[in-house]
Ligand binder design. Sequence first.
Ligand SMILES: [Zn+2]
Length: 120
Amino acid sequence: MHELGIAQNILEIVQQSVPEEQAPLVKWIKMRVGPLSGIVADSLDFCFSVIIGDTKMSQARLAIEQAPIVSRCKSCMHEFKIEDLAFLCPVCKSANLELISGKELEIVEIELIDENDEAL
Ligand SMILES: [Zn+2]
């Protein structure tokens, strides 16, 4: 399963970014995933929740935001969101497009539990 490898990568990145003593405080890992990344968000979420089970950040969850597919027409420079995978410029009908967004698979932010909040 492709998503399992990605989930392991995410875990490694988070472990490298967050000091070990703060690992139990990791609450949300905010991700941006484009539809053209080939990643199924639910599947990634599931794989991640399985592999963190025996780590110090077992309470961490992924917050996956779907990035839009955005393209620029190379003929008329119009920028537009692609719906229903229709890869044609709505203005001039050219298929000569450049992909600006849609393949993202990135960690946007790692959010820790605020210890002051926890105390309340
Ligand atoms: Zn165009």
